[in-house]
Design a protein around this ligand. Sequence first.
Ligand SMILES: C[S@@+](CC[C@H](N)C(=O)[O-])C[C@H]1O[C@@H](n2cnc3c(N)ncnc32)[C@H](O)[C@@H]1O
Length: 243
Amino acid sequence: MGLTDSGQKDSAESHARRVREMFAKISPRYDLLNHLLSANIDSRWRRRVVRKLKPLLTKDARVLDVGCGTGDLSIELFEKTAARVTGIDFCRPMLKLAKAKDARIAFIEGDALRLPFADASFDGLTIGFALRNLTSVEQGLGELLRVLKPGGVVAILEFSRPVVPLFRRLVGFYNRYLLPWIGGVLSGSRGAYQYLPDSISKFPDQQMLATMMRTAGFEEVCFENLSGGIAALHTGRRTSRRI
Ligand SMILES: C[S@@+](CC[C@H](N)C(=O)[O-])C[C@H]1O[C@@H](n2cnc3c(N)ncnc32)[C@H](O)[C@@H]1O
């Protein structure tokens, strides 16, 4: 490994460590702040993900919820579909809260960039507000594709770019000024709620994410805007056996 490679590895590892520590710190208030800062729209978005996937999942389908955090999306999947759901996250305090909410679901510790599963293990994958946090979105998409069975579907829920310019400016103002302030006061970690708008602004918009999914090898990629594009739900299928 050359110097550049090792430098990149170090910075990737330190990014992952910072993300993990940040979620550990805000974990006790994560759910409360999510619902408060989004006026509870986040719950509606997660329900939308499950409604979209439900008709595509046969009984006993295996679904992995990546970056499951405190488990809300995993629980919604478990309760509303007949799938066998596993949640995975690399932040232990977030997982602990998930396990306390629903002990029937397998919540396991692991890294989204090195999923501890064989190729083609799952019929469905979800990843809610976690892709943005990965050191490499491209690597994350590649790993999702790897563990998906041919014919399987991925659903990516992530913040995105509001479509109407005036609304975009309003949301930008809220994210940049109000959200770090309210989030900082209530969580005791202003850094975490400063990171949130920063990571949203750096994340690819709807079209770009769809392009990245196609480049990674997903097919039938499409997306729908949620709440005017504050968030977007992207879906894609792995059709081929080869990656
Ligand atoms: C914003 S939270 C989203 C949690 C949950 N999916 C939800 O909808 O509320 C992002 C989660 O992704 C997790 N995460 C970030 N990077 C990860 C990685 N490389 N591997 C596993 N989990 C990761 C964090 O620990 C955190 O719990």
